[in-house]
Write a protein that binds this ligand. Structure first.
Ligand code: NAD
Length: 257
């Protein structure tokens, strides 16, 4: 069996380090290169290419997995457009320009973009879509909690869940209020969704989508208790993506949900 050579972008980050560890126990895949801005602060197998040259980094890998920052992801996409390789993008908080770049890249190479690589959240998105459609008239509110170091708020996962809820009842995505409520917005309207973000401690990730009505409510909750959920999910996605045609894929495509 041939081994898929994996390049890790964002290698010294919380998820990047786990990708490197998990790759050691992943059949059919091996770490071939890591991109670093300066140097790595941990030991790595000497056969792995450690480089600050994006072109060499991409060239040494069959697929690239990215968990970095939006600006870094943008630079990766720009380089990948010149040297297409299957890309698994896990970075969240991408702006409109960066999302357009991602779409442009997906015309030249297979790109799997997922704001959450876990099986549980993939299923949660389906359930939220279904509940939103079925529970007509229920108010929808989303609360997410993450560790104190998370840079973007609300989380990419919360925004994707809001999108699933909006799609479930054909709501305008502009009605998604991303900052929660400030007490000055007047009475809640029926067709809005608010997303609230809490930050503290070492919480890996918790998302609750609530459907509230007079007399009853339902809350759908997902809690990630380990970041390995994301690294293992990204490796599973990478393996699946490695032989795909160019296109933009979701985690649901990979999991056949
Ligand atoms: P982190 O801050 O620990 O790591 C970020 C990494 O990006 C570091 O290795 C850093 O060196 C690197 N980096 C920063 N600027 C760079 C640049 N200009 N060029 C190259 N590399 C650069 O963050 P994290 O917790 O590992 O999360 C990374 C990203 O993944 C975030 O956007 C986070 O929201 C997202 N995330 C996604 C999922 C998912 O399932 N899709 C899960 C967890 C986190």
């Amino acid at each position: 069996m041939t081994t898929i050579k994996v390049g890790v972008f964002g290698a010294s980050g919380r998820v990047g380090k786990l990708l490197i560890e998990d790759l050691k126990n992943t059949q059919g895949m091996g770490l071939s290169s890591v991109y670093v801005r300066n140097s790595l602060d941990f030991a790595i197998d000497p056969s792995v290419l450690v480089t600050s040259d994006m072109h060499s980094f991409i060239g040494a890998s069959d697929i690239i997995i990215d968990f970095s920052l939006p600006e870094a992801c943008e630079a990766l996409l720009e380089e990948a457009i010149k040297t297409p390789k299957p890309l698994v993008i896990g970075t969240t908080g991408l702006n409109t320009h960066q999302l357009n770049l991602l779409k442009q890249a997906s015309e030249l190479m297979p790109v799997l973009y997922a704001t959450n690589m876990s099986l549980g959240v993939a299923l949660l998105n389906k359930l939220v879509h279904q509940a939103s459609a079925a529970l007509e008239g229920f108010d929808i509110e989303i609360v997410e909690m993450h560790h104190r170091h998370k840079k973007d708020a609300p989380s990419g996962t919360a925004l994707t869940l809001a999108e699933s809820a909006a799609n479930g009842r054909n709501l305008d995505l502009d009605k998604v209020r991303v900052s929660g409520r400030d007490g000055n917005i007047g009475e809640r309207t029926k067709d809005e969704i608010a997303v609230m973000a809490l930050r503290g401690g070492d919480i890996v990730g918790r998302h609750t989508v609530g459907f509230y009505n007079d007399g009853e409510f339902i809350e759908l909750n997902h809690t990630a208790t380990s970041r390995n959920t994301f690294s293992k999910g990204a490796l599973r996605a990478g393996k699946w993506l490695s032989d795909k045609e160019p296109g933009l894929y979701s985690i649901s495509d990979c999991l056949e949900l």
